[in-house]
Write a protein that binds this ligand. Structure first.
Ligand code: PAF
Length: 282
């Protein structure tokens, strides 16, 4: 596994892959890798000759609610995990390598950046779009893999990729879950044992309950959302949103929409958890 710490070293290796006509799948990460990330890496291995992973704690996507300084840094363990997966190249830049001149140029994806997560975390999606665009330019992969766990982020990346003509195939990988149903996330590290094992799984259970109600032909979506928010608060969460949306454009779900997504965000202690599930109405 090659480790590239700067852009020039990365470019040299990427040029080599391209000159051999080898395809590349790219998995960008913030580090603190867990089974969810590894499922993206395994997907990448299935679909391309070479797998490139980046580990970069991108300062421009953090806000006050999610403290940059508090983000877990576990580089040795991350590298050991990636080595086991037999990936080809890991890109490990520092902030001054990625933003040597600061960040005057930003990528803004209108509309989708302002709702749900974007509403709760102003500037977050501009930070994500900007760093992913920069990484796409540097790596120039054929394919890039993103988790469905961050559903809104996945939609934002797809839109940016199309709008800016990167010519990269974006593949979505399913959310990896613990046995309890809790979506795997670095943020789970902020939970204590009781929160993690007893309370947090209720987030998934509440979405499943709402999904069942929708499938049972109850289309009072506002009522379902309201009840879910009450249930979550009762169980110890501080819910941010619980929304039933159109899965294609995240607009507010209408009674005749067939493809829906339930998205939730809730604070539990120090962790702001997010999750989502799809609902297909036949
Ligand atoms: O989902 C993440 O881990 C980050 O938002 C990403 C895509 C690596 C950009 O920093």
């Amino acid at each position: 596994m090659i480790q590239a710490h700067d852009k020039d070293a990365l470019r040299v290796v990427m040029r080599g892959y391209r000159s051999n006509s080898e395809t590349t799948a790219f998995v960008p990460t913030l580090g603190n890798l867990h089974e969810g990330h590894l499922s993206l890496v395994r997907k990448a291995k299935e679909v391309a000759d070479r797998v490139v992973v980046s580990i970069f704690i991108n300062p421009t996507q953090f806000d006050k609610a999610e403290d940059l300084a508090a983000y877990p840094r576990t580089l040795d363990n991350d590298l050991a995990l990636l080595k086991k997966e037999n990936i080809d190249l890991v890109f490990l830049p520092q902030a001054d390598e990625m933003y040597p001149l600061g960040s005057a140029t930003r990528v803004e994806v209108d509309g989708i950046s302002d709702i749900l997560e974007g509403d709760s975390r102003p500037g977050h999606f501009s930070g994500v779009a900007t760093i992913v665009a920069k990484l796409f330019n540097l790596v120039q992969p054929d394919i890039s893999i993103f988790g469905e766990k961050d559903y809104q982020q996945l939609m934002l990346i797809r839109r940016m990729e199309q709008d800016l003509d990167f010519g990269i195939e974006i593949i979505a990988a399913p959310t990896a879950r613990e046995e309890s149903g809790l979506a795997m996330s670095s943020r789970n590290n902020y939970l204590n044992e009781k929160q993690r094992n007893e309370i947090a799984p209720n987030l998934y259970a509440e979405m499943q309950h709402a999904k069942q109600m929708i499938l049972d032909a109850q289309n009072d979506y506002l009522g379902i959302q309201k009840k879910a928010l009450e249930n979550l608060a009762q169980k110890g969460f501080e819910p941010d949103y619980f929304e039933i949306r159109n899965a294609d454009d995240l607009s507010v779900a209408q009674a005749d929409d067939k493809e829906l997504v339930i998205l939730v965000s809730a604070w539990l202690g120090k962790a702001r958890l997010i999750d989502n599930i799809r609902v297909s109405i036949r």
